[in-house]
Design a protein around this ligand. Structure first.
Ligand SMILES: Cc1cc2nc3c(=O)[nH]c(=O)nc-3n(C[C@H](O)[C@H](O)[C@H](O)COP(=O)(O)O)c2cc1C
Length: 195
């Protein structure tokens, strides 16, 4: 089985899914395989927009070379369905299955100051508990300096009422996927060299 990056997201209206797809394209453009996965809603009044993407299994997560994790911003933190999935990962934490693997985060929010950065940081915390190594967006991405759209040093983002990404948001999501793939490749090469 070849090394793959897991792009795992929850989305109700499709914006976070659009970011996930763009990150996945960036990963693939860097020559790594991708598994695009989602998590189920918690209630029938919160239908997810997974557009055919499969539900993530613990095996998908355990076997990944790296992870991109995405959620809508909900009251300044990640959506409950994604948190619920993360709370099923204790066995992987006990095994240390994700230690030293690269990870990145992304979010979509309705408003510019509605808590994007707080949400991204909230998603980083459980990944640090799992021992993952975080990959963000550095300022060689010129758009970070002038953009009023989503995307920050903490991860990729989308702001707005509609799922469609702005060109800048799409570029930054693509760049995050490429950077994550680069670090995944380096860490899998290093692990193979050490064995
Ligand atoms: C329960 C709930 C809480 C939300 N909280 C916030 C918020 O704190 N800040 C914000 O800007 N948008 C908030 N939103 C709006 C979503 O973040 C926004 O619509 C997002 O783009 C949806 O992503 P999706 O299309 O992937 O479902 C909230 C939406 C819901 C349903």
């Amino acid at each position: 089985m070849s090394a793959y990056v897991l792009v795992l997201y929850y989305s109700r209206h499709g914006a976070t899914r659009e970011l996930a797809r763009r990150i996945a394209r960036g990963v693939e453009a860097s020559g790594m395989d991708v598994r695009l996965r989602t998590v189920p809603p918690l209630s029938s009044t919160d239908e997810s927009d997974a557009d055919g993407d499969l539900a993530c299994s613990l095996a998908d997560l355990a076997g990944c070379a790296g992870l991109a994790l995405g959620s809508p911003t909900r009251f300044g933190t990640m959506a409950a369905p994604l948190k619920a999935f993360l709370e099923t990962t204790s066995a992987l934490w006990l095994q240390g299955a994700l230690i030293d693997k690269p990870a990145a985060v992304f979010t979509s929010s309705q408003s510019a100051h509605g808590g994007q950065e707080a949400t991204l940081l909230s998603m980083i915390l459980p990944l640090l508990h799992h021992g993952m190594v975080l990959v963000g967006l550095p300022y060689d991405q010129a758009a970070l300096t002038h953009s009023r759209d989503g995307g920050s040093p903490y991860g990729a983002g989308h702001i707005g009422d509609r799922p469609r990404l702005s060109p800048t948001e799409a570029d930054l999501a693509d760049a995050l996927g490429k950077r994550l793939a680069k670090w995944c490749r380096m860490s899998t090469d290093a692990a193979q060299g050490a064995s």
